[in-house]
Each structure stands twice: as structure tokens, then as C-alpha cells.
Design a binder for this molecule. Structure first.
Ligand code: F3S
Length: 755
């Protein structure tokens, strides 16, 4: 499990010099975010000042974290890189594939049966290539990272959007797609557009029922779900110092809900306390030596308007508890005002479930505050009106909470303790109390509350609040309950009030765990066999992609001309298809089935030019592949927006699509196409989109001269024999053209390794 102290010392050894140099280059005091970014440049010492929101910059992250759903394809790809070991410390966490149903023990047993082949694969591949492996039940990726690996001033990437949680311990931690993780694990640079910076100044101190969660619920209200896009949110001010480290983690965690690249806090005493409590004395000692480099310059925080692109100020003393929802995490309502709003909108007032935990809110402090409310229910003879579910964030938290009687308190009020895993937060919840699409309300301390997120039911109205507020609301069973002003009737018919929650930041007896669920990799994994059953329907070892020859780019057929929005979900749907994330051929059966065909307005219904008949997109494409005919996908604006999922590029590539030609790309998808050795091109003249007809054949006439900054000429041969010639733009640099010529970026890495 050991955190890599040598790596941390190396980061800190460079930090002072690089930050001082950056200050010189930028010509002004620096925010913490800038200090971390400039000290992690791929090229070492900073030489130029980057334009925020404009320049693309190569970085060298210190760590990588993978979760089981996304790790499968990432590691299958990494195996193609020809490396003996990952280039930076990396861990794999099994947390997404465990369904919550009866409780921790039976649920984990079932998950180990249902998904054993995925877990076996991840364990063996981690062992072989030097990745730390956290077994199913060991905990949720971000909680485990916070407790074991996060360190002030570090930079990490993770294949999960809530990787940002590690900002609570002063990191710049960013959620990415599997392809980016593969690059870093394989020893390549990681590219990011230099983010804009939003400063949040916190003053005052939390009090009463208000919790760290309410800070981010408030920020979400102010910035909305899109307000943080392309920006790092940096928290500072006297209020920040008054928050616990795990409370800071909660705030950073939900930065994902406002679209922020990440969020972070400067190193302070709360972080030092957390590092020492989690047995990382050495990290705290090292951090203390360069303390001033692990927070923004004083001048920045004194005059934030001059240094951030946007500044928000929140007075913690005046902040009131909020419940955000339903269906979006930015719809904030102060507790106590929700009744009126719910009645006006016909949201069910009766609360069916209160769910506490997830990567967002399962710290010791969270559990003690929520348990203090549960204890009051026992003492004041209140019988909870809603069901309770708790999913601890890690085995360390669970074991410690059990030792200290917290879980027993929850159990006394009828709570089910689920596995230390994502469970209901990611729809892994076999909920037996609601049949069909029944309209109902739940409250939870998770981060996301989009339609269907928790239980697949589009009519479940989910509200997000702090763990202690969730506990209070669930005890009352009503959404309009305000524990600060309302009374409840107990079993003796008496009116009682809940007192304010009491929490303990860190366990007074220290954290404790028997088996934390960690497996260290072998020092030399060369003899380890990676376990993939040849007949598996969930996993498939990858074959390197063959380069697309210039000769194959003559006589190319149209697979689909997509009309309107085409996100990565349209290209590679989620939902039930998640099951096949590790099996390229099986998941390819969903390729582009959500995209609308320009010629008939239908989805998954395209003309197979070889037969003249209509078929589903994957079926038509497989027919072209069988006939050795390459195809092209034509698209509209912002093609491939949405997630950074590499499947959206790998699937068409696997099925034999050679090129994607669009009016404009979402940048990450464009890069993913390049990495998979495909052509990602744009119309030089947008109107040429209108020239594309259903029976067209395409000739890339000068592809033999593919070069940076040189347009490509495309000849369209229509069914009646007439022709149009159009110009295409591309953004390939020389290295990316090599990816195309070699068949993929991984093929290039492999070739370099072999030298
Ligand atoms: Fe898991 Fe939900 Fe966090 S899915 S990683 S607990 S956001």
C-alpha cells in the first residue's frame, strides 16, 4: 500500500525551483493551482507563461488511479504498449461493480461471483505491471486515495470524474479517460488546456447544522452545472483553514458537478492532522519543509480579483444547510423552504430512503455527525420513518467506525450497512421497495442526482445534502422537515426536537483496520500470467490495430451521415453496455446506434451500399469490414462531445471505419481518434457537409502526402457518376501522423520500446 515517499520527495525537491522560475516567467504572484501546474511541466522548468483557457500544455502527473469499470479497457490497452511496468505509481480500485442489496457480506459475495472474471483480470494485470490493487470491498477509489496516496502539491489523474476529491489534500487531481491514463502509465506526457482559475474565498466558520457539503451545494447554486468548465476552483481564506481535510475533500469532490477541471485547497494544519492520522508522518514532515510553496502567494489571496478569472466569496458563518435537487445538483433550496417548493412542483414529500456515504461523504467526521443524529433518534424514542443505507468509503473507515460503535448506532435505527463501494451512487442498487417507475423521493449525501442515477427509476426524486441532514430528514420521513425549527412526535406521543449534530474530525483512538484489502504487485511481474478466459463475453485481449493504408482510402463508403448532436453516448452507449467495457468486439455492437441518420431521421438505420438494404449501424459496418471496404462517418458540430471515453474511438476503429469527417470536433474525441490511428478531419468549408449523399464513394486523393498544416483533398463520387472535390482540414502534428502511419499511438510506443 505504501505511498511513494521517494516520489514525493522528488516532487518537493523540484517544487521550489520551478515555482520561483514560474513566478519570474509569469511576472506576478502565483495561485496554488499555478504552482502545482508549473511545477509539473513535462519539459521541466517553466520557460513561458501559458494563456489560461487557450494553451495546450504537456504535464507530468505523479500518480494514476483507475476504477474497475474504466480500468478494464485502459489496462487492456496498456498491455499493448510493450512496457514491463507502469511508468508512474498507479493503483486499481474495485468499487463500481458491487451491487447494494442485502448488506455488505452477501452483496460482496454476490459481486465476487458475478464479476469474478473482471476482478481476476484486474488483479493479475495489476500484479504483472506493478500496479497496486485494491480488492472488491477495500473501498471507494477516492476515499482510498485520500487516505493513502494524495499529497499536498501533487498532480494526479484518475479514470473517474471524482478523482478531483484529492484536492481536499491539496492536490491538482483530474478525472480523465482511459486513453490519457494509458499515456501516463506508458511514460508519455499528458496534455491539458491550461485551465482558467476561479477563486472561492471562504470567511467565517461552519456552525450548527451547516456542513462542508453545504459549501459546495452553495457553490453549485452560484456556478451551476456548467460554471466551472475549463477551470480549477481554488478555495482560500480564513474559512478554508477552519474546515477539516475530509470536509475539503467533499467540497472538491463535488467540483465535478459544476464541470470544474478540478478544485483544490492550500496546505494547512487540517491536512497535516489528516496526514499524521493516516500514518503519513513522513509526508507531513516533507510538506512542512516547503509549506509556502504548497499554498497560493499571500498577495494573491489579499487581492484575488487581480489573479483569478472569477472570484466568489462565501461567509461560512451565515451559510444555511441546503438540499439540492431533484434531478440536478445545482438546484439548491435552503432546508425549511423545500416544502413549499415541493408542493408547487408536485415532488413527493414522503422520503423513502436516506443514503449516507459514497466517495463524497464517508469520512470519520461525516459518520460521527450523522451517527450523533441517529443516537438522538434512539435516545428520544423516535422511530425513523424512512429506510437507511450506509456505504462506508473504505475498509479502514468501516473498521474504525465499527470499533467506535458508529455502525452499531446506525444499525439500531434499522440501517443497512452496504459494502465499502459505490453501490446506489452508481445505480448499483437492487431496490425492492419500489416497483416499476413509481414516483418517489430519496435523500442522499452522494454527489450526483441525475434522473435514474441511483436506482434506474426516472421518477425517483433524489435530493443531495450533508450526511447529518440526510439522517435528520430520513428520521422524520419528510422532505419539508426542518430540524432547526420543527419538532417530531416520538413513540410516547411527545414533541421532541433534534439537537445540532456533533462530529469528531479524526478518530481519538486513531484509524484501525485488520485487512485493508490491498495487494502489492510483484517486484518482477514478468512471470505473472494475465487472466482472461478465451470465451469471456466481458473481457477480450486486444490485438494491435493494423495501419490504414493509403490504398485503402480510395473507394471508401459512407457508413452514416450523422445529423445534429452526436455525443460519446450516441457513439458508444452506456447503461447495459457497461457490462462489455472490457470486450471491444462485444461493445462494438453498440457503435453509433444512438446517432441520427441525416437521410431518414432514424437511429441505427443506415443503407448498406453493398446490398442496397438498410441495417443497424454495427451490422452494416461489419458487412463492410467483411468485404474489406473502409468507411467514413460524417458528422455535424462538436462531434464526440461528452465523456472522454476512448471506446467511442476504438469501436469504429475496430469495426473498420477509417475516417470521421465533421464540421467540428470535441477536442478529446478528436485526440482519441488520432491515438487509435484513424483520420479525424473537418470540412474546410462547412457547407460541403451538404454535398454528402447517401450512396457516395470517397477517394482521399492526396493522402499519400499527409503532412502537418497541409489540407487533404477528398473526391466525392456520387451514385450518378458526378463528382465533387472538397478540401479537408486536420490538426495532426508530425508525431500524430506517425500514430496514423503506425496504426495507433500505442504501436508507436511499442516500437520505441523495442528499439
Ligand atoms: Fe463511486 Fe459515486 Fe464516487 S460512483 S466513485 S461513489 S461518485
Amino acid at each position: 500500500m505504501a505511498f511513494d515517499i521517494d516520489m514525493i520527495k522528488k516532487v518537493y525537491a523540484n517544487m521550489a525551483e520551478r515555482v520561483d522560475k514560474a513566478r519570474e516567467v509569469v511576472g506576478k504572484p502565483l495561485t496554488l493551482s499555478e504552482k502545482i501546474l508549473y511545477s509539473h511541466l513535462w519539459d521541466g522548468n517553466p520557460t513561458v507563461a501559458f494563456k489560461r483557457g487557450k494553451d495546450y500544455v504537456d504535464f507530468a502527473p505523479d500518480r494514476v488511479a483507475l476504477q474497475d469499470a474504466t480500468a478494464q479497457m485502459a489496462l487492456l490497452q496498456f498491455m499493448q504498449a510493450g512496457k514491463a511496468k507502469v511508468a508512474v505509481p498507479t493503483t486499481t480500485h474495485c468499487d463500481h461493480l458491487i451491487q447494494a442489496k442485502q448488506g455488505a457480506v452477501p452483496d460482496l459475495l454476490r459481486a465476487n461471483e458475478v464479476s469474478h472474471e473482471v476482478f481476476d483480470f484486474l488483479e493479475s494485470v495489476s500484479n504483472k505491471y506493478g500496479l497496486g490493487f485494491w480488492r472488491p470491498g477495500a473501498g471507494i477509489i477516492h476515499q482510498v486515495v485520500l487516505e493513502n496516496y494524495a499529497f499536498p502539491g501533487g498532480m494526479m489523474i484518475g479514470t473517474d470524474s471524482h478523482t478531483v476529491n484529492a484536492g481536499g489534500l491539496g492536490m491538482v487531481a483530474i478525472g480523465v479517460g482511459g486513453a490519457d491514463a494509458v499515456d501516463v502509465m506508458a511514460g508519455m506526457a499528458w496534455e491539458l488546456r491550461f485551465p482558467k482559475l476561479i477563486g472561492v474565498k471562504l470567511t467565517g466558520e461552519l456552525n450548527g447544522w451547516t456542513a462542508s457539503k453545504d459549501v459546495i451545494l452553495k457553490v453549485a447554486e452560484i456556478l451551476t452545472v456548467k460554471g466551472g468548465t475549463g477551470a480549477i476552483v481554488e478555495y482560500f481564506g480564513p474559512g478554508a483553514k477552519n474546515l477539516s481535510c475530509t470536509g475539503k475533500g467533499t467540497i472538491c469532490n463535488m467540483g465535478a458537478e459544476i464541470g470544474a477541471t478540478t478544485s483544490t485547497f492550500g496546505y494547512d494544519d487540517s491536512m497535516e492532522r489528516f496526514l499524521r492520522a493516516t500514518e503519513r508522518e513522513e509526508v507531513a514532515d516533507e510538506a512542512n519543509k516547503i509549506r509556502e510553496y504548497l499554498t497560493g502567494d499571500e498577495e494573491v489571496y489579499e487581492n484575488p480579483e487581480q489573479y483569478f478569472d472569477q472570484v466568489i466569496e462565501i461567509d461560512l458563518t451565515a451559510l444555511r444547510p441546503l438540499l439540492n435537487g431533484p434531478f440536478t445538483p445545482d438546484l439548491a433550496t435552503p432546508v425549511g423552504e423545500l416544502g413549499e417548493k415541493a408542493r408547487a412542483n408536485d415532488w413527493p414529500l414522503k422520503v423513502e430512503w436516506g443514503l449516507i456515504g459514497s466517495c463524497t461523504n464517508s469520512s470519520y467526521e461525516d459518520l460521527t455527525r450523522a451517527a450523533s443524529i441517529a443516537q438522538q433518534a434512539i435516545d428520544k424514542k423516535l422511530k425513523p420513518k424512512s429506510d437507511f443505507g450506509i456505504n462506508p468509503g473504505s475498509e479502514q473507515i468501516r473498521f474504525t467506525a465499527q470499533r467506535d460503535g458508529l455502525l452499531q448506532t446506525f444499525e439500531k435505527i434499522g440501517a443497512t450497512i452496504f459494502t465499502n463501494a459505490c453501490g446506489p451512487c452508481i445505480g448499483q442498487w437492487d431496490r425492492s421497495d419500489m416497483l416499476g417507475d413509481q414516483k418517489n423521493t430519496i435523500v442522499h449525501s452522494f454527489n450526483r442526482n441525475f434522473s435514474k442515477r441511483a436506482d434506474g427509476n426516472p421518477n425517483t426524486h433524489a435530493f443531495v445534502g450533508s450526511p447529518e441532514m440526510v439522517a435528520a430528514i430520513a428520521i422524520s420521513g419528510r422532505l419539508d422537515f426542518d430540524p432547526m425549527n420543527d419538532t417530531l412526535i416520538n413513540e410516547d406521543g411527545e414533541e421532541v426536537m433534534l439537537d445540532i449534530p456533533r462530529g469528531i474530525e479524526l478518530p481519538p483512538l486513531g484509524f484501525e483496520v485488520d485487512d485493508n484489502g490491498y495487494l502489492a504487485p510483484k517486484e518482477d511481474g514478468s512471470s505473472v500470467e494475465v487472466i482472461v478466459a478465451p470465451d469471456s463475453e466481458r473481457l477480450q485481449l486486444l490485438e494491435p490495430f493494423e495501419p490504414i493504408k493509403s490504398s485503402e482510402l480510395q473507394g471508401v463508403k459512407l457508413l452514416i451521415k450523422v445529423e445534429g448532436k452526436c455525443t460519446t453516448d450516441h457513439i458508444s452507449m452506456a447503461g447495459p453496455w457497461l457490462r462489455y467495457r472490457g470486450h471491444l468486439d462485444n461493445i462494438a455492437n453498440n457503435t453509433l446506434i444512438g446517432a441520427v441518420n441525416f437521410f431518414n431521421g432514424k437511429t441505427n438505420f443506415v443503407k448498406n451500399q453493398l446490398t442496397g438494404e438498410y441495417a443497424g449501424v454495427p451490422d452494416a459496418q461489419r458487412a463492410y469490414k467483411a468485404a474489406g471496404v473502409k468507411t467514413i462517418v460524417v458528422g455535424d458540430h462538436n462531434y464526440g462531445e461528452g465523456s472522454s471515453r476512448e471506446h467511442a474511438a476504438m469501436q469504429p476503429r475496430h469495426l473498420g471505419v477509417a475516417a470521421v469527417l465533421v464540421k467540428s470536433f470535441a477536442r478529446i474525441h478528436e485526440t482519441n481518434l488520432k491515438k487509435q490511428g484513424m483520420l479525424g478531419l473537418t470540412f474546410a468549408n462547412e457547407k460541403d457537409y451538404d454535398l454528402i449523399q447517401e450512396d457516395d464513394t470517397f477517394n482521399f486523393v492526396d493522402i499519400y502526402e499527409f503532412a502537418p498544416d497541409k489540407q487533404i483533398t477528398l473526391e466525392l463520387v456520387h451514385a450518378d457518376g458526378s463528382k465533387d472535390t472538397i478540401k479537408l482540414n486536420h490538426t495532426y502534428n508530425q508525431a500524430q501522423i506517425e500514430w496514423f502511419k503506425e496504426g495507433s499511438a500505442l504501436n508507436v510506443i511499442k516500437k520505441e520500446n523495442a528499439r
